[in-house]
Write a protein that binds this ligand. Structure first.
Ligand SMILES: Nc1ncnc2c1ncn2[C@@H]1O[C@H](COP(=O)(O)OP(=O)(O)O)[C@@H](O)[C@H]1O
Ligand SMILES: [Mg+2]
Length: 359
C-alpha cells in the first residue's frame, strides 16, 4: 500500500445469509461506485449465502445494468476467508471505516456490529444494542410502549406458548384479520395476514420457523409512511415518503419480485402532519438509541388514531432507487454526500466510544 495515501479505507461488507442477499449485492455495487475515490480507498468484503467471507475483485462487481442472479455464484466460488482483511486494513495508518450493508439477521441485528466492536473499527450505523432492538419487533415494541410512541395493538408469544387456547386469546383480543410475524426477520419474510383460526394456526407455525418469538398485530387499514433519519446525537429527519403496496400488503414479492409498489416522495400530507410524523420518527430513533442512519416506518390511520410506528430498519435499502437515499435526495442530500455523512458519523461515534473504553 502507498504510505502517502491518506484516504480513508472504506470497507464495504455485503451479501450475507439472509433473504436479502441479492439486494445487498446490488447496494454494495452502487456504494462502491459512488464513494468519492479522492476520499476513499474502497475495499469490498462479501459474505456468501452460506456464510463464507470473500474478497471479491472490484471487476467482479456488476457495472451498469445489474443482474443480481450472477453475483452470488461468483462470490461463493471465491471462498477466501476475508474477515482478517478488515483487521489488517484497520492496522494501517489511514483511518478505516466499515459500511455493513447486510440486511436482516446476522447483519442488521447487532451480531456483525458486535464483531466490528471487537475488532475496534469504526462502522456506519447503529451499535449492538439498537441494532438488536430494532431487529426484534417484540422488544422494539416494548421500548416504544415505554416511551409512549403510538403503535398498533399487539401480542408477542414464545413458540412454546402457542397452544390453540393461547392463539384463541390472541384472536379474541386483536380480532381478525390480524398479522403474524417472526420477531426477528425482514423483507416481509414469514409475515402473514390471517383471517380465521385455521390461518392463524398456519401463520403462527410459519413465523415460528424463522424465530422463537412471534408477534401478532391487529391489521390496520392505513397509509404506509416512511421517514429517513440521519445522525448521531442530533439526528435529522428527511421529508416523508409513502409506499402504496401493489399487493394486499407490502410483501416480499411486492418488494423484490414484482416491484409493483408505488413510492411517493414527498407523501401528500399537510405541513402539520409531516411535522408530527418526522418528530415521531426522531423520538422512535432515539428511543432505540439508533445512530448513523435508520428508516422509521409508520402506518397512518388518517381517520383514526393518526400515526402508528411500525418498525425501525437500521440498515435500510440503500440502492439509489431505495426509499432511504431517495428521501434524502428529496431533502437535499445526494447519494455520494450521504455516504460522506455516514462515514463522518461513524468516525464521530467511534472516537466517542473510545473515550468510554480508554480506561
Ligand atoms: N399490523 C399491520 N396492519 C396492516 N398491515 C401490516 C401490518 N403489519 C404489517 N403490515 C404489512 O406488511 C408489511 C411488512 O410488515 P413489516 O412489519 O414491515 O415487516 P418487515 O420487517 O418484514 O418489513 C408492511 O409493510 C405492511 O404492508
Ligand atoms: Mg417493513
Amino acid at each position: 500500500m502507498d504510505t502517502t495515501d491518506s484516504r480513508i479505507n472504506l470497507v464495504v461488507i455485503f451479501g450475507g445469509q439472509s433473504a436479502e442477499h441479492d439486494v445487498s449485492c446490488v447496494t454494495a455495487s452502487h456504494v462502491l461506485r459512488a464513494a468519492d475515490p479522492t476520499k476513499y480507498r474502497t475495499i469490498p468484503v462479501a459474505i456468501s449465502r452460506t456464510g463464507e467471507w470473500c474478497s471479491p475483485h472490484l471487476a467482479e462487481l456488476p457495472q451498469g445494468g445489474v443482474n443480481p442472479q450472477s453475483i452470488p455464484a461468483r462470490l461463493e466460488a471465491n471462498g477466501v476467508p476475508a474477515s482478517q482483511n478488515i483487521v489488517q486494513t484497520s492496522s494501517h495508518s489511514a483511518p478505516t471505516v466499515v459500511i455493513p450493508l447486510i440486511h436482516g439477521p446476522l447483519g442488521e441485528d447487532g451480531t456483525l456490529q458486535g464483531l466490528l466492536e471487537m475488532m475496534g473499527v469504526a462502522y456506519v450505523g447503529s451499535g449492538v444494542l439498537s441494532s438488536a432492538l430494532a431487529m426484534d419487533k417484540a422488544m422494539a415494541k416494548k421500548v416504544f410502549a415505554h416511551e409512549g410512541i403510538p403503535q398498533v395493538r399487539h401480542i408477542s408469544l414464545r413458540d412454546d406458548n402457542m397452544s390453540p387456547s393461547s392463539l384463541q386469546s390472541v384472536s379474541d383480543e386483536l380480532g381478525f384479520p390480524l398479522f403474524v410475524k417472526p420477531a426477528n426477520m425482514g423483507s416481509s419474510v414469514g409475515v402473514s395476514k390471517v383471517r380465521d383460526a385455521a390461518e392463524l394456526q398456519r401463520g403462527a407455525a410459519l413465523a415460528a420457523t424463522y424465530d422463537q418469538w412471534i408477534v401478532f398485530e391487529e391489521a390496520v387499514t392505513a397509509r404506509e409512511l416512511e421517514v429517513a433519519v440521519l445522525g448521531n446525537r442530533v439526528p435529522r429527519a428527511s421529508v416523508v415518503g409513502e409506499i402504496v403496496p401493489g399487493n394486499d400488503f407490502y410483501d416480499y414479492e411486492d418488494k423484490y419480485v414484482t416491484d409493483s409498489a408505488t413510492l411517493m416522495i414527498p407523501a401528500s400530507l399537510t405541513q402539520e402532519q409531516s411535522d408530527e410524523v418526522r418528530e415521531l420518527a426522531l423520538r422512535a430513533y432515539e428511543a432505540l438509541r439508533c445512530e448513523g442512519m435508520a428508516r422509521v416506518d409508520f402506518f397512518f390511520e388518517e381517520n383514526g388514531r393518526g400515526f402508528l410506528c411500525n418498525e425501525i430498519n437500521t440498515i435500510p435499502g440503500f440502492t439509489p432507487i431505495s426509499m432511504y437515499p431517495k428521501m434524502w435526495e428529496a431533502s437535499g442530500v445526494g447519494y455520494s454526500d450521504l455516504i460522506n455523512e455516514l462515514v463522518a458519523h461513524a468516525q464521530e461515534r467511534h472516537s466517542r466510544r473510545k473515550l468510554n473504553t480508554a480506561h
